[in-house]
Design a protein around this ligand. Structure first.
Ligand code: CP
Length: 363
């Protein structure tokens, strides 16, 4: 059974195939109108969403299937203290596939380990958001005709912005790609991804806090919202929230064919006046998200007509209950009787990471 926890669960060939299917769905929707007849998708959203939940639901309806679920934890038995594990065990009896969003990092892994049907991570805290990356990839593909050789600027909240984490993992697989990370010092891109993905593979990147200086080099500018809900200190949020506001004036020095992406929702990091710029692609991105989610549902239900390559679980030596995850947003802080699990990154240096949220500790 296949799940989608993080974008790296999909091979490059599988990503290419999803893009191909999504484009075919866009061009020939009638071909797919009954593809999921009598199948049910459960959307379990413990955290607010407009695009992800509604595009999943639209995707399933357009495939001829049905949808059940909830859009806030207060209308589920989570409000009475039910765990994620119990919730997905129960929902597995009612649905053929689950798309789940949860505010805790690593909640999607708990769901995968307890469900009897495929689980799609629709966002787990500040950790991963792989289906947003599918939307991003189709948008980039449609704008640029491919991925190789692109310079991608990621701007805003690169620390908590799960969409940028997943996008860097995905784009790093393509030849000649480079990254410019544009953020305030406090919201820098996570070091563990830079080490694991960019440093390890010799992929060029730079870090700056100056958006205007970076803009002329970019093929893609990926703006993000400063994530209010992830801050513990609201004074810090207030200080950082207007760090970047993209305006038509700032785009004067940008390439004529640079594409502007944003996972949305926007607060005020892109001025509404930019929407009229033909380079603004963030509303197309939301439609591309629906096509890619349709392609993904077909794939995970084995209805895409392609042989299913079983994804091998990442094999890691796991250490149980020796360390405690220090990340207050980790699912291990709330889920009942969940053991602490760490994998070793560098035994000699005593570097370990939480299996659920990838938070690094040094012992
Ligand atoms: N991009 C995104 O995840 O939007 P929603 O929070 O509205 O789903």
């Amino acid at each position: 059974m296949r799940n989608l926890l993080d974008i790296m669960d999909l091979s490059t060939d599988e990503l290419d195939s999803l893009i191909k299917t999504a484009l075919d769905i866009k061009d020939h929707p009638d071909k797919y109108a009954d593809a999921c007849k009598r199948k049910k998708l459960a959307t379990l959203f413990f955290e607010p969403s407009t695009r992800t939940r509604l595009s999943f639901e639209a995707a399933m309806y357009e495939l001829g299937g049905n949808v059940i679920g909830f859009s806030e934890s207060s209308s589920s038995s989570a409000a009475k203290g039910e765990s994620v594990a119990d919730t997905v065990k129960v929902v597995s009896n009612y649905a053929d596939i689950i798309a789940m969003r949860h505010p805790k990092d690593g909640a999607a892994l708990v769901a995968v380990r307890n469900a009897n049907v495929p689980v799609i991570n629709a966002g787990d805290g500040g950790h991963h958001h792989p289906t947003q990356t599918l939307a991003d990839l189709l948008t980039i593909y449609r704008e640029k005709g491919g991925f190789s050789g692109l310079t991608i600027g990621l701007c805003g909240d690169l620390k908590y912005g799960r969409t940028v984490h997943s996008l860097v993992y995905a784009m790093s697989r393509y030849e000649g790609v480079s990254f410019v990370f544009i953020s305030p010092e406090e919201l820098r891109f996570p070091r563990y991804i830079i080490d694991d993905v960019l440093e390890k593979n010799g992929i060029p990147y730079s870090e700056t806090s100056d958006l205007e200086e970076a803009i002329p080099k970019l093929d893609i500018l990926y703006m993000t919202r400063i994530q209010r809900e992830r801050f513990l200190d609201m004074n810090e949020y207030e200080r950082l929230k207007d760090s970047y506001i993209l305006t038509p004036e700032k785009l004067v020095s940008a390439k004529k064919d640079m594409a502007i992406l944003h996972p949305l929702p926007r607060v005020n990091e892109i001025s509404v006046a930019v929407d009229r710029d033909p380079r603004a692609k963030y509303f197309e991105q939301t439609l591309n998200g629906k096509y890619m989610r349709m392609a993904l549902i077909l794939k995970l239900l084995g209805l895409d007509g392609k042989p299913s390559d079983e994804a091998g679980d990442t094999v890691r030596d796991v250490i149980y209950d020796r360390f405690k995850c220090p990340n207050h947003r980790c699912i291990t802080t709330t889920e009942q009787e969940l053991r602490q699990e760490f994998y070793s990154v560098d035994e000699e240096k005593g570097i370990y990471r939480c299996v659920y949220c990838d938070t690094e500790i040094r012992k």
